[in-house]
Design a protein around this ligand. Structure first.
Ligand code: KIV
Length: 274
């Protein structure tokens, strides 16, 4: 059985050049499957809004929805480090509100840390949450909660000015005490520089190979979500087709009468009933 990694283990893995992975899960069964794998971290991301709840974006996800989904993941994966995402609106009103909502996610859901989107502008908030005793994972680059401001789901840091801002962002969140950062949709060379600028692990998604860890959304990598597949997603399976085939087979067998066969029935003689 694998041993749950700690924040210190992740820092050590970066120092030793050992890569690790994070995948998403939003329910007990999926979490227990990840727990049986070698993946070190689970992210209960607000991507659940899109892949589990059918929303068009992540901005509508609420604190209650996050807590509702993080709780069963914590139960299902006792040997995996669990990251709980802070939904949009839960940390951008005031530092006090951010600490209050981080406390809620940690206490009511029981995860190991919180994740929030933002760089320099959120350094004070990160510092305050860390001072309150809560480990923080930052999220930079393409920040899905603010795609309206970014002009859509676009690669970030494509010119010198925005690339330099990303370097400032990663340094600011590391200085503020974030123990790791997700870096999404950034040119590989910029992501490499970001990783080299700090001693905290960078967990890339669409950020190339020269970072310290990688994260993918389960529904994307398993070929379950069919609305949109970003360029950076490798499909490691095609669960959607496998499930459709199984549902079709079940339906066909029921219609033709071959299921349930005696093997799947309770063939007990009940006295008085022929
Ligand atoms: O919510 C999420 O799943 C994420 C990943 C895209 C990193 O933030």
């Amino acid at each position: 059985m694998k041993k749950k990694v700690s924040v210190l283990d992740m820092k050590k893995m970066k120092q030793e050049g050992k890569k690790f992975t994070m995948v998403t899960a939003y329910d007990y069964t999926s979490a227990s499957i990840v727990d049986s794998s070698t993946a070190e971290l689970i992210l209960v991301g607000d991507s659940l809004g899109m892949v589990m709840l059918g929303y068009d974006s992540t901005t509508g996800v609420t604190m209650e929805e996050m807590i509702h989904h993080i709780r069963p993941v914590v139960k299902g994966a006792p040997n995996t480090f669990i990251v709980g995402d802070m939904p949009f609106g839960s940390y951008n009103v005031s530092v006090e509100e951010a600490i209050k909502n981080s406390n809620r996610i940690m206490k009511e859901a029981g995860c190991d840390c919180i994740k929030l989107e933002g760089g320099v502008e959120f350094a004070d908030t990160i510092e305050a949450i860390v001072k309150a005793g809560i480990p923080v994972m930052a999220h930079l680059g393409l920040t899905p909660q603010t795609t309206a401001q970014l002009g859509g789901f676009k690669v970030q840091g494509k010119d010198l000015k925005t690339a330099q801002k990303l370097i400032k962002d990663i340094k600011a969140v590391a200085k503020a005490g974030a123990f790791a950062a997700v870096v999404e949709c950034v040119p590989s060379k910029v992501a490499k520089l970001m990783s080299e600028s700090v001693d905290i692990p960078i967990i890339g998604i669409g950020a190339g190979p020269d970072v310290d860890a990688q994260v993918l959304v389960t529904q994307d990598m398993m070929g379950m979500y069919d609305k949109f597949t970003p360029k950076f997603v490798k499909k490691y399976s095609n669960i959607r087709d496998i499930m459709i085939k199984a549902y079709d087979e079940f339906n066909e067998e029921v219609k033709e009468g071959s299921f349930p066969s005696p093997e799947y029935s309770f063939n007990i003689n009940v006295e008085g009933i022929e």
